[in-house]
Design a protein around this ligand. Structure first.
Ligand SMILES: *[C@@H]1O[C@H](CO)[C@@H](O)[C@H](O)[C@H]1NC(C)=O
Ligand SMILES: *[C@@H]1O[C@H](CO)[C@@H](O)[C@H](O)[C@H]1NC(C)=O
Ligand SMILES: *[C@@H]1O[C@H](CO)[C@@H](O)[C@H](O)[C@H]1NC(C)=O
Ligand SMILES: *[C@@H]1O[C@H](CO)[C@@H](O)[C@H](O)[C@H]1NC(C)=O
Length: 405
């Protein structure tokens, strides 16, 4: 990654010579239509970033499966999860991303428990991949030491003795995400169906996991995704976005000497940080930590349609859901609402930030579109949508590829 100074220098050079130097990076997106697409983002220089940036398809494959929904990039290896709607198993596929042109070559493909939706790399040397399987109520781990030979390690299927508070959505356990705590010693799996944050102690050498005491969330909350923020004085804060009751809940994490985690709830607020009501059908989706001083949390919420964004293919505007930014007090773990901004359309299921936190890529699942929004890491505020692309089907994952190759 180039330094800020280098970018300023490039911008100056562009001004002096009156040429339009541009910089390009790759992104990868998945769509439930069955495609894994590599896009090239070309940024316009200086003030022309809003008018001259483009997002264009440069490569696509259908080899991930029929319903790809999650990507994890490690160096030049892209891991793709296929939910495989209606099939007894999902799949994990590995692709090599070619330098320069972003072409994808399938290396290996193995079955998972049904409906894998999220993955995280774990273990010494990044040799393990842990996967949350929504439809099949389980988790899988694989060795990815050799990405051409993905090797199953461990798996578990969870059960509920009776349906949860929301019997339609909580008919069974539904693990929705796999993340690590900041030490990498614990695998954290929000389970939307069971109202639990499942916690597993990891052995980073053997790659084995072992279930330890879970964190129960409020009945009917439906925990979907979560994020950690390191605090001052050795503190660790943990934030959960609950899909079914549309809440954001913050916790103080306690590392016990017996290799378990305890949690002290700090606050519980709506995903908008206030007490106002949301349209029925609103479902919270993503939560990410965004760089800044203080750090920020960005949340997405779906099916509200209460904001508007400029139409991308005609004049006028289209309905939009929000991205909501909170600042984090790293001493107390408390959050403060900073901004609610149109995501660029409906159903921003997934979004992610580039490395320096200046751009947010958003997959708008219901609109079949991906957009890139400017962000100021200092203030935490999102700005203009600078690039967009229409993609067949439902765009559900957006991953930046800024690897040096
Ligand atoms: C594939 O699905 C079957 C049936 O649910 C399950 O028993 C099996 O463990 C799955 N395979 C993997 C690799 O998870
Ligand atoms: C990991 O497993 C190895 C081999 O069984 C064992 O020696 C080590 O103590 C384990 N580490 C942890 C943190 O449990
Ligand atoms: C681990 O330690 C915590 C804190 O002292 C305690 O509450 C918990 O019961 C212990 N768990 C086990 C499995 O020993
Ligand atoms: C414009 O975009 C909307 C929303 O994505 C879509 O429904 C519509 O078909 C598009 N119209 C044209 C003319 O492409």
């Amino acid at each position: 990654m180039r330094s800020h100074g280098a970018r300023v220098a490039t911008a100056l050079a562009a001004l002096l010579t009156l040429t339009t130097t541009t910089s390009a990076s790759l992104v990868h997106i998945t769509s439930y239509a069955g495609t894994l697409t590599t896009l090239s983002l070309t940024l316009g220089t200086g003030s022309e970033i809003t008018t001259q940036s483009t997002l264009q398809s440069v490569a696509a494959t259908t080899e991930c499966g029929t319903n790809p929904g999650w990507l994890t990039l490690v160096g030049d290896i892209l891991y793709c999860l296929d939910e495989g709607f209606g099939k007894p198993n999902g799949t994990l596929a590995s692709f090599r991303v070619a330098p320069n042109n972003g072409q994808l070559t399938l290396l290996n493909k193995v079955p998972t428990i049904a409906g894998p939706v999220s993955a995280v790399v774990f273990g010494a040397g990044g040799r393990g991949l842990a996967i949350a399987d929504y439809q099949g109520s389980g988790i899988n781990t694989f060795s990815i030491a050799d990405p051409t030979t993905l090797t199953p390690l461990q798996s578990d299927v969870f059960r509920l003795s009776r349906p949860g508070t929301n019997p339609q959505r909580q008919d069974a356990p539904h693990p929705h995400q796999a993340i690590l705590d900041p030490t990498g010693a614990f695998l954290i799996v929000p389970d939307l169906g069971a109202d639990l944050i499942r916690i597993f102690a990891l052995n980073s050498t053997t790659l084995a996991y072992r279930a330890v005491t879970a964190l129960a969330t409020a009945p009917g909350s439906g925990p979907r995704h979560a994020a950690f923020v390191p605090g001052t004085g050795g503190k660790t804060f943990f934030y959960v976005i609950n899909e079914l009751d549309n809440t954001l809940v913050g916790y103080d994490v306690i590392y016990n000497v017996n290799s378990t985690l305890s949690f002290r709830q700090l606050f519980r607020t709506s995903t908008h940080g206030d007490a106002s009501t949301r349209p029925s059908g609103t479902t919270a989706a993503e939560i990410l930590v965004a760089p800044g001083n203080p750090p920020f949390l960005i949340l997405s919420s779906r099916f509200e349609r209460t904001l508007s964004a400029p139409s991308f293919n005609s004049s006028g505007s289209i309905p939009s859901d929000p991205l909501i930014t909170f600042s984090v007090d790293v001493t107390t773990g408390m959050v403060a609402h900073r901004q609610t901004r149109a995501a660029g359309g409906v159903n921003p299921r997934h979004f992610s930030l580039n490395k320096d936190g200046t751009l947010v890529g958003v997959g708008l699942q219901s609109d079949g579109r991906a957009v890139v929004i400017q962000r100021d890491p200092g203030s935490g505020l999102l700005g203009e949508i600078i690039a967009d692309v229409e993609v067949e089907g439902e765009v559900n994952c957006f991953v930046w590829d800024e690897e040096e190759r």
